[in-house]
Design a protein around this ligand. Structure first.
Ligand code: M6R
Length: 612
């Protein structure tokens, strides 16, 4: 979603800002812009890519030592030049970039118009610049910092903002409520960003702002305070992120790089957590809460998108291995229906970014009601990771492609490890089977590598389905969520309509869609449902649907019935989603590439959805 970058120091600010905005492109955006203080404000902005912005900046030979930049993902007002950020106050002296949504912007705008202000855009952001200036020029204070604080107190909604004022050419003001913002501390220079990717090249020292906090940033210095003007001493964190991890390393797309990283990301996720000597699982982040988890009255899992799919796999795992009843909720639905959750219950939230607004809201709701809140997050230091009572990091490394791949497998690995640990403590998992699962988890990176060796044949197969208008994905038990995930991957990057279904449910509706034009991807584990799956395949074939099966080499019956077959090494059924999902990621990737789609930044999508 929208990205913010800011710089103050001796480098050319426009270079730092453009580079930073390029690093933020992965979040998803439709327009970009920047403001530089050069006595007055130089503003360049417009619809389209950062590359266009860069061309404009270069053609105008714009330089400076202090500035702010933004990539916009439209919420209020269509993506066009006028609605792009930065937004200016009436005098043109104050510029604001903003992530989030101002919910009372309508009322504030009406009042500001009555006070004689003219608006140019349809955005909620423009009111921030105008409101600050109204207070600064005609209100109760002529101190800019106070005017900013007063304005923020009138605003209802979420924001991460960076503000510059040409009257104070050596300062950038930032504030946060609901949208992430961090400061990077350099040598006699300071950076501002909505995530660490634009900063990591220059410094590893960062400060995470919390809700209700603001900072006054000058060259080589900063002061953090609350918007009520209470000065704070903030902890300086060391970024674990490396620059290599956020570059493509020779791959044409981040998505392909991330698919191929999975043998390593799964191994990283398992590292230090699997005890092969005594067949136990060590999850340091859960030690203090394990008793509460093991004895929980209810376990609810909440997440969005792909993370919700991994939560569904988690449900099957917890019920199978730990015999615990589990409910899996869309975070957005959970949050808004006054959920029945309280003391003695556990809410487990799953989020790659750790910043998804719906998941964050669900988590806060459950926490306020007294539940223990646990997190499974990828981004270290993210808001969800910081606000949960305890949790487990997935350690998949930065995921830049908007379509989630390695984060999904790492989430499922973490959920499997938690389910095994809880099953062992609850006595629902016998020692021999626990040992078998732990040994098998340890073999998974090698098995994922084997699947990736089929890359070329999957690429060839993708050519045959590039122009299919629809796809159906079918799975059963542990692989039903994989069917959902396969369909989501395809639709988000190739824009082909795709549906994931429990295989048996097909005959209750989707079967009506099947004809000779319909590819049906069957994710078939060899469990007790295999015979039923074979019947489902026959039903599809009877209607001339084209079967692409993903299953074990030994599953000869399925193999013979299928037009196309992708082989998966044998594993325990409950671990099979970690293998079956890999070819589905590759198939979507190659279909999207063949269709000329922008794989890493699909239209309308954001990597981290920070608005509700
Ligand atoms: O960062 P999160 O895991 O909380 O994000 C949740 C979803 O927005 C995300 O999984 C989304 O569905 C992906 N684009 C799927 O590939």
């Amino acid at each position: 979603m929208c990205g913010i970058v800011g710089y103050i120091g001796d480098k050319n600010a426009s270079d730092v800002l453009i580079k930073g905005l390029k690093r933020l492109e992965y979040r998803g955006y439709d327009s970009a812009g920047l403001a530089l203080i050069n006595g007055h404000l130089d503003i360049v902005k417009g619809k389209g890519k950062v590359l266009n912005l860069e061309k404009q900046v270069n053609s105008q030979k714009l330089t400076g030592k202090i500035g702010i930049g933004h990539t916009r993902w439209a919420t209020h007002g269509e993506p066009n030049d006028v609605n792009s950020h930065p937004h200016l106050s009436q005098s043109g002296k104050i510029a604001v970039v903003h992530n989030g949504i101002i919910e009372n912007y309508g009322a504030l705008k009406k009042k500001l118009i009555e006070q004689g202000r003219t608006f140019h855009s349809e955005t909620d952001t423009e009111i921030i610049a105008q409101l600050i200036e109204e207070i600064y020029e005609n209100g109760s204070t002529h101190e800019f910092e106070k005017a900013l604080q007063f304005a923020l107190k009138q605003i209802v909604g979420t924001y991460g903002i960076a503000v510059v004022n040409s009257d104070e050419p050596d300062k950038i003001y930032v504030a946060k409520k609901g949208s992430p913002l961090l400061l990077g501390i350099g040598e006699n220079e300071m950076f501002i960003a909505s995530d660490a990717s634009p900063i990591v090249e220059y410094t590893k020292k960062v400060i995470y702002l919390e809700d209700g906090e603001m900072a006054v940033v000058t060259k080589g210095n900063y002061e953090v305070k609350t918007i009520d003007d209470v000065t704070l001493t903030k902890e300086i964190h060391e970024l674990a992120l490396s620059l290599d991890a956020i570059e493509k390393a020779g791959y044409p797309h981040f998505m392909l790089k991330e698919i191929f990283e999975q043998p390593n990301s799964v191994a990283d996720c398992l590292r230090g957590r699997l005890r092969l000597d005594n067949h136990t699982i060590q999850l340091g982040g859960l030690v203090d809460v394990m008793d509460q988890l093991v004895n929980a009255k209810r376990l609810v899992i909440a997440a969005c998108g792909t993370s919700w799919h991994s939560g569904l796999v988690g449900e099957y795992l917890f019920e199978y291995l730990a015999k615990m009843p589990v409910e899996v909720e869309y975070a957005s639905e959970f949050r808004y229906r006054d959920p029945l959750i309280g003391e003695g219950d556990v809410l487990l939230v799953i989020s790659q970014s750790g910043e998804t607004a719906d998941t964050l809201a669900a988590m806060r709701e459950a926490k306020a009601k007294g539940a223990l809140v646990l997190g499974v997050c990828n981004v270290v230091g993210s808001t969800i990771a910081r606000e949960t009572d305890a949790g487990v990091y997935t350690h998949a490394g930065p995921e830049i492609g908007v379509a989630s791949t390695k984060a999904f497998t790492a989430q499922v690995v973490v959920l499997t490890m938690i389910a095994i640990a809880v099953g062992q403590q609850r006595g629902t998992l016998d020692d021999a089977y626990a040992a078998k699962l732990i040994e098998e988890l340890n073999r998974l990176p090698g098995k994922i590598k084997q699947i990736l060796e089929q890359n070329e044949s999957i690429k060839e197969m993708a050519k045959l389905f590039t122009y299919a208008p629809n796809f159906l994905y079918l799975g059963r038990t542990f692989n039903f969520p994989v069917a959902l995930e396969g369909a989501l991957k395809l639709k988000e990057i190739s824009y082909i309509h795709a549906e994931g279904y429990p295989a048996a449910e097909m005959k209750h509706g989707p079967i009506a869609l099947i004809d000779a034009m319909m590819p049906v991807v069957v994710v078939a584990a060899t469990d007790h449902t295999n015979d039923k799956m074979i019947s489902n395949i026959e039903e599809v074939k009877a209607r001339k649907g084209r079967i692409i099966a993903v299953t074990n080499e030994e599953n000869t019956e399925v193999k013979e019935l299928s037009e196309f077959f992708i082989s998966i090494p044998s594993t325990e059924d409950c671990l099979s989603p970690l293998l079956t999902v890999i070819p589905l990621q590759l198939l979507s990737y190659y279909i999207a590439v063949n269709r000329g789609c922008h794989v890493d930044q699909p239209r309308n999508l954001a990597k981290s959805v920070t608005v509700e």
